[in-house]
Design a protein around this ligand. Structure first.
Ligand SMILES: Nc1ncnc2c1ncn2[C@@H]1O[C@H](COP(=O)(O)OP(=O)(O)OP(=O)(O)O)[C@@H](O)[C@H]1O
Ligand SMILES: [Mg+2]
Length: 278
């Protein structure tokens, strides 16, 4: 990775952890992400909102090495990220997916252990021989995975198959697996999708707890109340472009956001305003 200077050009203070510069992603004739600039500071919870198809997940994929942006670059911790998901994880970025991607036939504990293997040293040879070093490392991995299950509130699910867990628990298990990679930055793509209000509140508490560990977090969500409660700053994407970035209060009160998000009808807009006020 190439070291680069990421001093903020706009005079904002705070130490930048992730800086996306003019990131564009095209699929054939479709520009899914269009010259987006984005910055996440240490210890910050950053929200990413926008209507369906706005380019949020595509942007996440550019940030996390799944896609090589058509143009622009992503700088993480002072170095340009290579478009290789494994290297991105090793650099300290972890994510969850909009469509849950767990190993359904493995237990909750094993799923978290998988996340941990990127930080262990056992190669194929030591894994076959299973000597004392391998066994020590495996025991430590198991213990850390259980601690993480406890941390996300899934301590009771150790031996449950992932596919048998309720939906909300599967989302939390994905977060535990992401945390097992020891990230500095965690990216969550719709972590409360399909959750009931109580599970959503638990997810909110969990994200605050993760931030209190010193991690920065980027979260995509359609649940506005969740986003505006949780985030220090929010970026709204519309048709691949950054519409506005600001504090929850700034974004929430911008009429363009309401219009872009739920349509142009004044009745629709007042419904959303009512929901946000309640
Ligand atoms: N791999 C791909 N190939 C072609 N087009 C794609 C690809 N991935 C996404 N798109 C298109 O890019 C646009 C942005 O999609 P994306 O999934 O990033 O939106 P989103 O903001 O995450 O939407 P949602 O809120 O529904 O999850 C859409 O028009 C989508 O059809
Ligand atoms: Mg998406």
């Amino acid at each position: 990775m190439t070291a680069v200077d990421t001093a903020p050009a706009d005079g904002r203070t705070g130490e930048a952890m992730l800086v996306a510069e003019d990131v564009t992603m095209r699929f054939g004739g479709l520009t899914a992400v269009d010259s987006v600039n984005f910055r996440v500071n240490r210890g910050e919870i950053m929200g990413l909102i926008g209507p369906n198809g706005a380019g949020k997940t595509t942007f996440f994929n550019c940030l996390t090495g799944l896609y090589l942006p058509t143009s622009g670059r992503v700088v993480f911790d002072g170095a340009v990220l290579p478009p290789k998901p494994r290297k991105v994880v090793l650099a300290g970025m972890a994510r969850t997916f909009q469509n849950i991607r767990l190993f359904g036939n493995m237990t909750a504990l094993e799923n978290v252990m998988v996340g941990r293997y990127c930080r262990t040293s056992a190669g194929p040879f030591t894994s076959i021989i299973r000597g004392p070093k391998f066994r020590r490392e495996e025991a430590a991995t198991r213990q850390r995975a259980q601690e993480l299950l406890d941390f996300v509130g899934l301590g009771h699910t150790t031996d449950s198959l992932a596919r048998n867990l309720p939906y909300g628990d599967q989302r939390r298990l994905e977060i535990a697996r992401a945390l097992a990679t020891d990230p500095k930055l965690l990216l969550l793509d719709e972590p409360t999708a399909g959750m009931n209000p109580q599970e959503t509140r638990q997810a909110e508490e969990l994200i605050f707890k993760i931030r209190d560990l010193g991690l920065a977090i980027v979260v995509i969500e359609h649940d506005m109340r969740f986003i505006f409660t949780l985030c220090d700053r929010v970026l709204c994407l519309v048709q691949g472009k950054a519409l506005i970035e600001g504090t929850p209060a700034e974004v929430q009160s911008d009429p363009r956001v309401i219009e872009a998000y739920i349509g142009t009808g004044p009745d629709d807009a007042s419904e959303l305003e009512k929901e946000l006020e309640s």
